[in-house]
Design a protein around this ligand. Structure first.
Ligand code: ADP
Ligand code: MG
Length: 728
């Protein structure tokens, strides 16, 4: 793909006949604005604003409605309103804590009120007697006197129209909202219109106003409707750009990569290898599991590499689905690999896979009777010496059907005879390098194996469309029948804690197991290891005296970890005091109690994962979250865990509390981030529209050659990420 050349053809900053492009604005330093002298430039830089584009994309976070302006005499305590008034009097005092307190008296033709600024000493100079300004705040009454505390001040009284934008400003940097507003006005006036990269047909179909109207509407709206339409258009652009990237990436993959069309040896009608496997399981698959398997099979049969994400709550049964996929590959004469994020998990997957696949056979013409037992092997950093060499040779010869391991599976020495499927058990995305590694070492013909990513951290559907928009999605939204709900209590007082410890004792007495998870500690694994060791001492001396307590942390070497897990599983140490290494995947069905210490320090999804370690059988189970909520947000988290065990529901709460950044992670940076768009429940429609629009715009094309303006914008706003994509 050479669409990158379109970027090269339009030199940065070249004027466009139809108006200003974002590229052009990005080439203008803010210093070219008359209002931006050295002091303001410094302040703007502190806000991350260097160019006129940065300035125009510095959106107001709210708009004050001047129609809510009131005469001073009519304000009632508690009212939030604008007043327009002149400074009559200024006094500066110090609070008892030694902080500056600037007190003004402000009046209009109906009366006057006090205005107090705490900790803003510069207000004295900024607002001398006689200054006319707009003041926005909530009226309170202090010692019988009416006043506004730390109100928003807007000095440009005359240019403040109906809706006054309030900009993220920095008092420390020394620039105020109204100064930013003035600079934005100058920029908008001088830009005189923007070229719109969205074809008119798309704008019409999705009822979007044009870009010029949108920038006008966010910065100086004529009325509420204008503002709302502007926000919608700008939010759409943010989502649309992301979707263009994702859709293009998909097209590229599908077009360029050669995949493996796994023959579906038998249909899903009772005789396929998947069904032979399921019949031996001893439980019925859920409808969601069947649906996911059918989706995966269909992908695998196509000659393009599969890129599918399997999302499912803890305990939804992802492993069974992954193994069914592996069997499809193996049945078609390929090998499969399962990669786990840690050695402990790889070992556990290995044991689980061995057990579930025990007795399965594969067709092998060289074998007696044309069949041989299916072979599963473990390959991690722990496997060394001769054994490793032999295993590597057997993998290369195709004698091993399923290889379970860590990322070590992609190392240089490992070569497969015919790798048909890679299952990755973590929210890990296959980068370019891994993809190249798969192609190079998966098969001699260079065909790319199918990839199935499993994640136990559910993310809301709308967010998934953005974060995983280049993957297909299968969701296990149903738990196997008969699962018990883990009774969850936020233990906030000593009596609750007592209950937690006595529950541990009674369950252990009944032959069950309990986890105690230690608080997150800042710092190294070594610090964490020390903390958990001390905690175990404390428990052994105190609340859990007399019980046999095991210990698990990241500093133990793999043999010790394995041994600790074995002693726990076997019940020799029925209580396991641990760091969060038990967070993912550990499967001990007899475990019925989970106690999390200082639970307020953990995030929602982490607690949900931890809780997933219990309730893994028909036995009633409990989860106790110990700790005090230090913030209202911490309280919301703990309450959410108490009230629901639905991982998707919890993910939604997490998104509400922490915002889009929590999901977008490192992608959330600079100009490519979401400033106006939301991935929360309310944003679902716009996200879906942006997706559809991106697909419509790209059509059957491979890239964006036919839309040089959009291509240039992606290049500008996404930088490296886009350049890589479009220049191949
Ligand atoms: P997760 O989605 O958390 O990875 P697992 O695949 O580890 O879940 O499954 C959790 C447990 O439930 C395992 O012991 C597994 O054998 C069992 N399991 C999976 N599917 C079903 C089902 N349909 N009915 C009953 N048990 C199931
Ligand atoms: Mg699992």
């Amino acid at each position: 793909v050479t669409s990158g050349s379109a970027v090269a053809q339009s030199p940065p900053g070249a004027p466009h006949p139809a108006g200003r492009t974002l590229r052009f604005l990005a080439g203008l330093d803010v210093s070219m604005l008359k209002g931006a002298g050295p002091r303001r430039r410094k302040a703007l830089a502190a806000l991350g604003i260097e160019t006129v584009l940065d300035l125009l994309m510095h959106y107001p976070f709210r708009h004050h409605d001047r129609t809510r302006q009131a005469p001073i005499a009519e304000l009632r305590p508690g009212d939030e309103a604008w007043v327009e008034g002149v400074v009559h009097d200024v006094a500066v005092r110090r609070t008892r804590a030694g902080r500056a307190l600037v007190e003004l008296r402000v009046g209009d033709h109906t009366g006057s009120l006090g205005v107090s600024f705490f900790n803003q000493p510069w207000r004295e100079r900024q607002l001398p007697v006689g200054t006319r300004a707009l003041w926005f705040g909530r009226l309170d009454v202090f010692r019988g006197r009416r006043r506004l505390v730390n109100p928003v001040v807007h000095l440009g009284v005359d240019d403040a129209r109906g809706l006054v934008p309030v900009y993220p400003a920095s008092e420390k940097a020394g620039i105020e909202s109204h100064e930013i507003a003035a600079l934005v006005h100058e920029a908008l006036d001088r830009a005189r219109g923007f070229v719109d990269p969205l074809p008119e047909a798309l704008r019409d179909r999705y009822r979007l106003i044009d870009r010029t109207q949108a920038f006008e509407g966010i910065h100086r709206p004529r009325e509420r409707e204008h503002l709302a339409a502007a926000k919608r258009r700008l939010a759409f652009d943010e989502l649309f750009r992301l979707q263009l990237m994702l859709v293009t990436r998909r097209r590229e993959l599908e077009h360029h990569a050669v995949g493996i069309a796994h023959p579906l040896v038998a249909p899903l009608d009772g005789t396929s290898i998947v069904e032979r496997f399921v019949q031996r399981l001893g439980f019925e698959l859920t409808r969601a599991q069947w649906r996911a398997i059918a989706e995966i099979r269909a992908d695998m049969a196509r000659p393009v590499p599969m890129h599918r994400l399997l999302q499912g709550d803890v305990g939804a049964g992802k492993t069974v689905v992954a193994l069914a996929a592996a069997l499809v590959a193996i049945d078609g004469g390929c090998q499969a690999a399962l990669m786990a994020p840690t050695e402990v998990l790889a070992e556990q997957h290995y044991l689980g896979a061995r057990e579930l696949l025990n007795g399965m056979t594969v067709v092998d013409s060289a074998a007696l009777g044309g069949e041989r037992p299916l072979r599963v092997e473990l390959l991690t950093g722990r496997v060394g010496g001769k054994r490793r060499a032999r295993l590597v040779a057997e993998v290369a010869a195709g004698a091993v059907d399923l290889v379970v391991g860590t990322h070590a599976l992609l190392s240089e020495e490992v070569r497969f005879r015919s790798l048909g499927l890679v299952v990755v058990d973590e929210q890990h995305r296959f980068g370019v390098n891994q993809r190249a590694a798969l192609r190079a070492r998966g098969r001699t013909d260079g065909a790319e194996p199918d990839v199935l990513v499993m994640t136990a951290t559910p993310i809301p559907r709308t967010a998934a469309m953005v974060v995983f928009g280049d993957l297909d999605l299968s969701v296990l939204d149903e738990l196997p029948a008969g699962r018990v709900r883990v009774e969850t209590r936020w233990a906030r007082c000593p009596a609750d804690e007592q209950e937690a410890w006595s529950r541990v004792r009674s369950e252990v007495a009944a032959g069950r197991r309990a986890y105690v998870v230690c608080p997150l500690v800042e710092g190294s694994e070594r610090v964490a290891a020390r903390a958990v060791t001390e905690e175990r001492e404390r428990l052994a001396q105190g609340p859990l005296a007399g019980l046999s307590l095991g210990l698990l942390h990241g500093r133990l070497d793999p043999e010790e970890k394995q041994a600790a897990m074995e002693r726990f599983r076997a019940g020799d140490t029925p209580v396991l005091v641990s760091t969060t290494v038990v967070e993912v995947g550990v499967d001990v069905p007899e475990a019925t109690v989970m106690v999390v210490l200082d639970a307020e320090r953990f995030g929602i999804s982490q607690l949900h994962q931890l809780r997933g370690r219990v309730g893994r059988s028909q036995l009633p189970s409990w989860c106790y979250l110990l700790g005090q909520a230090s913030t209202p947000e911490a309280a919301r988290r703990l309450e959410a865990l108490e009230s629901t065990s639905d991982g998707f529901e919890l993910a939604e709460v997490d998104l509400e509390l922490r915002g889009e950044g929590s999901i977008l992670g490192t992608r959330q940076k600079g100009r490519s981030d979401l400033r106006l768009a939301t991935l929360r429940r309310g944003g679902a429609r716009l996200v879906a529209q942006a997706r559809r629009a991106a697909e419509e715009l790209i059509g059957d094309d491979l890239g964006l050659e036919r839309h040089p303006l959009l291509l240039d914008e992606l290049d500008l706003l996404f930088g490296e990420e886009a350049r890589y994509l479009f220049e191949g």
